[in-house]
Design a protein around this ligand. Structure first.
Ligand SMILES: [Cu+2]
Length: 291
């Protein structure tokens, strides 16, 4: 299912490319540019899951596939810079490349600038940057956080409780058998936000390796009466279909629980019990396909 969604976005990216649509505010930092790198925003760039494509063309304007470009997405803030979770780069085979970016923050909050987002694409010794304006999330929940105070990473000022970010990937509605997908990532340092899956290695507060030997996300669409274990699809993606009680086009509630290495995580980092043991997604089935 996840692959199908990717294909849908790739098709959209190609369509935008053909029409010359999308936006582009890229800057090219290299002197003699071997390639022209052009960005397009395939979805609204907002807190949570967003999609960006870029095309790499040679001096004749031909798109070049197979270049293996590196993408780095980070926010330049007054007090600190930080990266954000991101998918692998998809090579669309025609010189265009697509990446899913899971923004942790919006560019502005209540009219105040929070900082500047950078999307840097590097191919060989050439780099181009795009500066997306990232909106606040509105309507549906795009991200929730769970944590545990005994699971910490080496922060700038010492040990810090690690947040686990659960991002809404899709909520397909009846056409997709009420498929609900989320992407799980965490903070391993200010500039490292890897996906979390069984077999992943993170780093603890002493910078020692910390193995993720098991991770489970459960979901409930009946306010916690019934919990279903989501299927781990790999790479931080979790999926479940057939959730009861969800209505197309109507915002509903899906609760989620997270367990890492056998420990249930909570909203406040304390022992999970009752109200702090789950997070709440308000989602509208069928709506995420239109983005
Ligand atoms: Cu920030």
């Amino acid at each position: 299912m996840f692959r199908n969604f990717n294909l849908a976005f790739i098709t959209l990216a190609l369509f935008l490319g053909a029409c010359g649509g999308g936006s582009s505010s890229d800057s090219d930092s290299s002197g003699a540019s071997a390639y022209t790198i052009t960005f397009s925003e395939d979805s609204m760039q907002a807190e949570g899951r967003s999609v960006i494509s870029f095309t790499i063309a040679d001096s004749s304007g031909n798109g070049i596939a197979g270049l293996g470009p590196a993408v780095s997405t980070w926010m330049e803030m007054e007090t600190k810079n930080h990266s954000t979770p991101m998918s692998e780069v998809t090579d669309n085979g025609d010189g265009s490349y697509t990446v899913e970016i899971y923004y942790l923050m919006s560019s502005t909050m209540n009219g105040m600038s929070m900082g500047t987002w950078h999307v840097d694409v590097t191919v060989g010794d050439q780099m181009a940057s795009h500066y997306p304006e990232v909106m606040m999330s509105m309507g549906d929940t795009t991200k929730v956080t769970l944590k545990n105070d005994s699971d910490q990473f080496a922060g700038m000022l010492g040990p810090e409780t690690r947040s686990y970010f659960i991002f809404l990937e899709s909520c397909g509605g009846s056409m997709q058998d009420n498929l609900f997908e989320v992407y799980l990532a965490t903070r391993d340092s200010m500039m490292s936000h890897p996906p979390v899956y069984t077999g992943q290695t993170l780093h603890d507060a002493g910078s020692h390796e910390m193995a993720i030997s098991g991770v489970t996300i459960e979901a409930s669409s009946d306010n916690g009466a019934t919990w279903w274990t989501m299927t781990q699809m790999g790479g931080g993606m979790f999926s479940i279909s057939g959730l009861d009680g969800m209505v197309d086009g109507v915002q509903g509630t899906i609760l989620v629980k997270l367990a890492v290495n056998g420990v249930q995580y909570s909203t406040d980092g304390a022992t999970a019990s009752g109200e702090n043991a789950y997070q709440t997604f308000s989602v509208t089935p069928g709506s995420s396909m239109s983005m």
